[in-house]
Design a protein around this ligand. Sequence first.
Ligand SMILES: Nc1nc2c(c(=O)[nH]1)N[C@H]1C(S)=C(S)[C@@H](COP(=O)(O)O)O[C@H]1N2
Ligand SMILES: [Mo]
Length: 252
Amino acid sequence: MRIDRRGFLGRAVAGFGALMLGGCDRLSEQSWVKEFLGSAEGANRWLHRDMLPHRTLAREYAEADISSHFRANGSTSPDDPHYRRLAAGAFAEWRLQVAGLVDRPGAFSLDDLRAMPARTQITRHDCVEGWSCIGKWTGVPLAELLARVGLRPEARFVVFRCADTMDDGGRYYESVGLDDALHPQTILAYAMNGQMLPVPHGAPLRLRVERQLGYKMAKYVMAIEAVDSLSGIGRGKGGYWEDRGYEWYAGI
Ligand SMILES: Nc1nc2c(c(=O)[nH]1)N[C@H]1C(S)=C(S)[C@@H](COP(=O)(O)O)O[C@H]1N2
Ligand SMILES: [Mo]
């Protein structure tokens, strides 16, 4: 039998990754890995982006595993007047703006998004603060939407702009690289546990990017922009929390 080095290494690393993804109690065990591999972000990037196949799926769960209470965190009721008006009208007037490095910028209603192919997934949400909940999410794959608007080859990141303003006056925003943007489990969710997405969890639309920590999962998404650099956005680090010290690549 011919053992191809790449295949062997790939399998070894995939096994190692599975070990780390096993349960919330194992999150802390990553610290020795991080030390071993140098900086935490370097280790994450090495493991996720360079070693694991880019389409590795996050674990999915069964209906029976869904948390009876899913904690809401960060903003839970944006006070932006425009958002409040949209919420009062059950988001019938809400439109998702899609712009930037795309051939056909556009605005999509909830009905437009619901008419697109949908994906449902039961996944575990891990917040950096140390709690996890399992929920069922339904939405349109981001890859599907990006294909419709014609993502241009120069695009390297997708930025999400949210309706909520944080305590220091900054608006929440997030971004992902193309490997996560086009990943099959990356969806723009409009439903949670079979119901319309509730306001505390990001109505009418929130990102699910299942291989990363909770803060990447932008709630109250109003606009999406494809860009080739994050430097001109916010303070340049790719997200509200990243601008305040968190890692941009928050692999679990
Ligand atoms: N727009 C927006 N998105 C956000 C946040 C926020 O404050 N505003 N908090 C983030 C954090 S830290 C987490 S853990 C999750 C919480 O999602 P949940 O409220 O559905 O639990 O949303 C993320 N997305
Ligand atoms: Mo979080």
